[in-house]
Design a protein around this ligand. Structure first.
Ligand code: SF4
Length: 414
């Protein structure tokens, strides 16, 4: 018989839920009234510039994650395949384009009165995460007949040198002119500094939230983090997102003070590398909790920490923040970073999610797990799966492999 598991819900998750509802209703109202311009932006794109220029900012990746979490994605992906987008490319892209072609959206299910994503006035990408975002935005640029502008970033960066920063900062500055042509507002450096300051504060608060997972037992799970990060992704640069994280932080600190873990009996602590499997968040959360294991930290949730942001030097510091990201970096840097995180979060091992349609955020394909095991002495497990396409997942196989991995941890602890 399956063990019954208790995963303690965070009360302040409701605050983040309310933030997300307000966010989507504001976008929907603006799209209907035309009172404010709407920019679509990639999740680690230059949102601060857009906010400073009066745009409301919508992030298609969040919509795709919702398509995954509501398990709508798998049936929609073939619709995009049918118009030429391969089943092997990003399943965020294919699920989102599939949803557009079918005229469906999880927003309509969750938020009464909203039919779907708000129509864009402009689309702004940054290829720091992958090339797929550019193709994705270009598709919508043609469909909606609106401009697409973007930043072409570097990949596999080991040291972030000034030549990278000059190039990216210049590309960011060059966005201003085409954005002014769309926005009804002129660019104002003071407003950018304000947006960067708010974004930095959001990043610091979000980091503090995630860092509470270093406590034993951890008050937080990775699976909580994937939904709690919503305000950091879509709301960075707004005071409301920061308020959300102040509330959450208070609750997490109380849990730490009371030595209250997110799962009932935390025996093993794991680190997660790569994307979540959106359609299996709850299944995975329960599976690990039943094995007295807390997956408590990840490279994924940490991606919205931008500690380099500095309001006194907005363009250059944005260039640095958006180039220092884990996903942009070379393997030497990544391995050093993961090593430090394993230490900081007192982990017993690491799980690598090899997401079939996202090679950009799957780090186990070029020998990293083996090198990391040698370096840290900690065991690892690779899970084959995908972020959105559930046809690429074997639940039985995952369960069997995870159970065997935890047994291995048990033996190591003796
Ligand atoms: S990083 Fe991966 S999941 Fe994200 S948009 Fe690119 S390919 Fe898709």
């Amino acid at each position: 018989m399956e063990k019954k598991v208790a995963i303690k819900k965070l009360k302040s998750a409701a605050v983040s839920g309310k933030f997300m509802a307000d966010y989507y209703y504001e976008l929907d109202a603006a799209a209907k009234s035309g009172e404010k311009k709407i920019a679509w932006c990639t999740s680690v794109g230059p949102a601060e510039i857009l906010r400073a220029m009066g745009f409301l900012v919508y992030f298609p990746e969040t919509h795709s994650a919702m398509l995954g979490a509501t398990r709508m994605a798998t049936d929609l992906i073939p619709k995009a395949n049918a118009i030429g987008y391969s089943p092997d490319i990003c399943s965020y892209l294919t699920a989102d384009v599939g949803a557009y072609l079918e005229g469906v959206s999880p927003l309509a299910k969750v938020f009464k009165g909203i039919e779907g994503p708000p129509k864009p006035d402009v689309l702004v990408f940054n290829t720091n995460q992958c090339r797929d975002v550019q193709d994705w935005f270009k598709y919508y640029g043609k469909e909606y007949g609106v401009p697409v502008v973007g930043i072409h970033s570097y990949v596999g960066v080991e040291a972030v040198t000034s030549s990278y920063l000059v190039s990216i900062a210049r590309q960011m500055e060059e966005l201003v002119k085409p954005l002014e042509a769309v926005s009804s507002e002129k660019f104002d450096l003071d407003r950018l500094k304000e947006a960067v300051a708010l974004s930095r504060e959001c990043s610091d608060l979000w980091k503090e939230v995630l860092d509470t997972a270093a406590a034993v037992p951890s008050p937080l799970t990775f699976f909580d983090g994937t939904t709690l990060m919503g305000p950091a992704v879509v709301g960075r640069g707004t005071p409301e997102a920061n308020d959300c994280y102040r509330t959450l932080l208070q609750e997490l600190k109380e849990r730490c003070d009371n030595r209250e873990g997110a799962i009932e009996d935390e025996q093993y602590r794991l680190y997660w590398d790569g994307m979540p499997v959106w359609g299996r968040l709850s299944v995975h959360a329960k599976m690990f909790a039943a094995l007295n294991t807390n997956v408590l930290a990840s490279t994924y949730c940490n991606s919205w920490i931008f500690s380099a942001l500095d309001p006194q030097d907005p363009f250059e510091s944005m260039a640095r923040a958006y180039t220092e990201l884990f996903i942009v970096r070379g393997d030497d840097y990544k391995e050093d970073y993961i090593g430090r995180m394993l230490d900081f979060f007192k982990c017993d091992g690491i799980i690598y999610h090899d997401a079939k349609t996202c090679p950009n955020n799957s780090n186990c394909r070029y020998g990293m797990p083996q090198r990391m095991e040698k370096k840290t002495g900690l065991p690892s497990l690779m899970i084959n799966g995908d972020l959105n396409d559930l046809r690429l997942i074997s639940d039985e196989q995952t369960k069997t492999n995870v159970e065997a991995f935890i047994e291995q941890l048990e033996e190591r602890k003796g």
